[in-house]
Design a protein. Structure first.
Length: 263
């Protein structure tokens, strides 16, 4: 199981992306998610250099996360067609970068749950299908993540999305986001687990919903058993936020926590 656990470069934000990847490598993880932070990082020379860095460090890049998730609501899933046409190339670049890195998963937040204008779900599904089509051309699966305050915070929405988009639609499940959305993580997971291809992990307790693994009371053994039972063979990537934490030290401890669990 340890060879399926990794960390996201986002854990070290605002450290530059390539330096954050270096931290993941130095800690000893064998898997990583790249969270891009600027458009220049999508240029081929930069991406290829990161691929060399990962290969030299013995790390698999499982997934990428667009830095532009904060504008997806209006620039990808909004109604203004010209804005969509102007911004869709940014996602083409993200998906191409994923392919260069050897990652086959791109994580999408999508549209906000509460809109100033009531945009029909059909419009959302059509736009997501277009993203999936662009990703497929690069060999990349474009996946919906469950995110609080976004449409995907709802299990019912995720199931409707699945019904419309079919077998090609896959999900990224995030433990902390399910809690923030008001769900027990296992209740949320049970609704979508057969279509989950990537998982963001963190720990929690009665007062904190985003702790380093090993610092809370979340039942990781139950998570692994649940997903093994669903035939899951994807990764488990630690995604925590750096503010107030000595992240490198905490991730070293989290790796030791899992190392001990699987001895």
């Amino acid at each position: 199981m340890m060879n399926r656990i990794g960390a996201s470069t986002s854990c070290f934000y605002p450290l530059e992306t390539e330096k954050a990847l270096g931290k993941v490598i130095d800690i000893g993880f064998k898997n990583a998610e790249i969270f891009f932070n600027s458009s220049s990082e999508l240029e081929e020379p930069f991406v290829k250099k990161m691929r060399e860095q990962a290969d030299d460090g013995g790390v698999n890049i499982l997934s990428i996360h667009p830095f532009s998730s904060f504008i997806e609501n209006t620039c990808i899933f909004g109604e203004y067609e010209r804005r969509y046409e102007d911004f869709i190339d940014l996602y083409k670049k993200h998906f191409h970068a994923a392919a260069l890195l050897g990652a086959d998963i791109a994580v999408i937040h999508g549209a906000l749950a509460v809109q100033k204008r009531n945009i029909p779900e059909e419009h959302y599904f059509e736009r997501f299908a277009k993203l999936m089509e662009i990703g497929r051309a690069e060999g990349v699966r474009v996946c919906q993540e469950n995110v609080v305050r976004f449409r995907s915070q709802s299990t019912d929405f995720c199931k409707r999305m699945k019904n419309v988009l079919g077998d090609d639609l896959k999900f990224v499940f995030d433990v902390k986001q399910s809690i923030r959305s008001g769900y027990d993580p296992f209740d949320f997971l049970n609704e979508i687990k057969d279509d989950v291809v990537h998982i963001h992990i963190s720990d929690n307790n009665a007062t904190d919903d985003c702790l380093p693994p090993g610092k809370g009371s979340f039942d990781f053994k139950k998570l692994f058993a649940t997903m093994d039972g669903a035939g899951y063979n994807g990764g488990y990537v630690i995604e925590i936020y750096s503010k107030g934490l000595e992240v490198e030290k905490e991730l070293i401890k989290s790796k030791e926590y899992f190392d001990t669990m699987f001895k």
